[in-house]
Ligand binder design. Structure first.
Ligand code: GDG
Length: 480
């Protein structure tokens, strides 16, 4: 029986070792949820890194990791600390990530890290090929594995390969500056179907293929080595019912409120409002910009002093990369400065949490907030914006969303802003805080309807359906 192999940098598992004892538990990210049915189907497997460097494991523990992981239908790619440093923290997060998010000044192109990127993509290819049978389908995810489709196609030409990019694909003018641009594009073109979150990313990719590789592109099809490769957009959704149902549960009378929720609600007396932002601590998410724009808002609309509070959750991320350390320092300083500037004995304008919270607390934040302020400078999609909307079970709430997030393309009923314009930002916040309830409800309902229909399972299903179709068309063409 043919199977689907999912490949991503990390496995959908939390693996931890304490006192030589090993714990493996499933992780609950968006991708893991979307892939749940694909992964559990038949003898499907997931290939990726376990999160534990191979050199930190003795041979016995290493075998135990593989065995425990196998029970979850996963296969790990053994990576060393050096691999992680050079391929993940280095090439993926210091070259590809900033470039693809238009942060050219943050890019660092190192030959040694490029070599590591190639080496690790080859390691992934080896593990995939070891587990591959004729007729299987492989679905590769994200920017850490751009060379993998071609590495598999070379050795196993009959394999159906799909690739999905979770981050933006930049415009040709940006992408052309990349030292290994041909190799990256050729690597991606090993796939039979390439998926992006938005039509714009798809368009940018096609334009780079045309201009850098000088290949024939016919609408959204590329002719490459006698193969027709299809490119399309598949905006990723969320597990809508999981978020919606959790919110219903948190609102029910029998549900015991958490301390966080109780504290949040204390703020809401006397018509006070909560404004929420949640992001990984990443420079693409526009955190310092948001704090400065919030300062501008309080200066421009002083009537909101002591009436609003920004609850800002920043989840630690990639803290070994220098730019992320700098961003953390800048954020700490800005929050301190703005709180110092405006605070009164009974009010602090920004509540800042630098940690990750359990899912139940995340729901508490979503359901207690009148406004969600999601203002990335650049973001592939942004699932937080979608999750906020899904939890608005009473129909109220306003989403302010950056035009630079892929999600803005499907969320027209949000208040869309240019995050670089403080005026736009402040005016939208004022509009959100004064928006009549019936208008909030109309907007939320329309957004919810779309999110419910195109949830993450539907996204995976649509991608795999298109992949199957691409392969059928290609094989028909070859037999003709
Ligand atoms: C990349 C792209 C694209 C956040 N804090 C906590 C927590 N979260 C969860 C959210 C959400 C997820 O993390 C973040 O997803 P995003 O989509 O917002 O952002 P990235 O991590 O940058 O993801 C992005 C995505 O891939 C999918 O393609 O949308 O553009 O950059 O689900 O709920 N979860 C818990 N505690 C937290 O403190 N439990």
């Amino acid at each position: 029986m043919n199977k689907t192999i999912i490949v991503s940098n990390r496995l959908p598992l939390q693996v931890s070792i304490h006192d030589n004892s090993l714990k493996v538990s499933p992780s609950v990210g968006g991708l893991a949820t979307g892939m749940k049915s694909v992964h559990s189907e038949g003898n499907g497997i997931w290939v990726g890194w376990s999160g534990i460097p191979e050199n930190e494991l003795n041979p016995e523990l290493s075998r135990e990791v593989q065995n425990k992981i196998k029970k979850e239908k996963c296969v790990s790619v053994p990576l060393t600390s050096q691999d992680i440093e050079e391929y993940y923290e280095g090439f993926s997060n210091r070259a590809l990530w900033p470039l693809f998010h238009y942060f050219m000044e943050y890019t660092n192109f190192e030959q040694k890290e490029w070599e590591a990127y190639k080496r690790v993509n080859e390691k992934f290819a080896e593990v995939v090929i070891d587990n591959l049978n004729d007729g299987d389908t492989v679905w590769v995810h994200d920017y850490q594995l751009l060379l993998l489709p071609q590495l598999i196609k070379e050795k196993k030409p009959n394999t159906t390969i799909g690739f999905f990019l979770h981050i933006p694909f930049p415009s040709y003018e940006i992408f052309r500056t990349f030292p290994w641009r041909e190799e990256i594009l050729t690597g991606m073109l090993g796939a039979d179907l390439l998926g992006f979150h938005t039509y714009d990313y798809e368009r940018h990719f096609l334009s780079s293929v045309k201009r850098i590789l000088r290949l024939d592109v016919n609408f959204n099809e590329i002719n490459f080595h006698d193969r027709i490769i299809k490119v399309d957009s598949f905006p990723m959704g969320i597990d809508y019912s999981k978020f919606h149902n959790a919110a219903l549960k948190h609102h029910s009378d029998s549900y015991e409120k958490s301390e966080l929720r109780t504290r949040l609600e204390e703020h809401l007396v006397d018509d006070k409002k909560l404004i929420l932002s949640i992001d990984r601590m990443d420079y693409t998410k526009g955190i310092p910009n948001r704090i400065k724009a919030f300062e501008y808002f309080l200066d421009t609309y002083p009537q909101y002093k002591e009436k609003v509070r920004l609850v800002m959750l920043a989840v630690p991320s990639r803290s070994n990369v220098p730019q992320y350390q700098k961003l953390k320092r800048e954020t700490d300083e800005l929050v301190g400065r703005i709180n110092g500037k405006f605070a009164t004995v009974s009010w602090t304008p920004i509540w800042y949490f630098y940690r990750s919270l359990p899912f139940e607390n995340l729901i508490d934040l979503y359901i207690s907030s009148d406004v969600a302020l999601i203002t990335p400078i650049r973001d592939g999609m942004n699932l937080v914006a979608k999750e906020y909307v899904a939890t608005r079970t009473h129909g109220n709430g306003v989403l302010i969303l950056s035009e630079m997030a892929g999600a803005s393309k499907e969320m027209n009923e949000a208040l869309l802003i240019n995050p670089n314009s403080y005026e736009d930002f402040a005016a939208s916040l004022n509009t959100a805080l004064t928006m009549p309830l019936n208008e909030q409800e109309t907007r939320i309902k329309l957004l919810q309807k779309r999110l419910k229909r195109y949830d993450v399972e539907k996204w995976a299903e649509e991608f795999l359906k298109a992949l199957k179709k691409t392969k059928e068309v290609t094989s028909n063409n070859i037999t003709k």
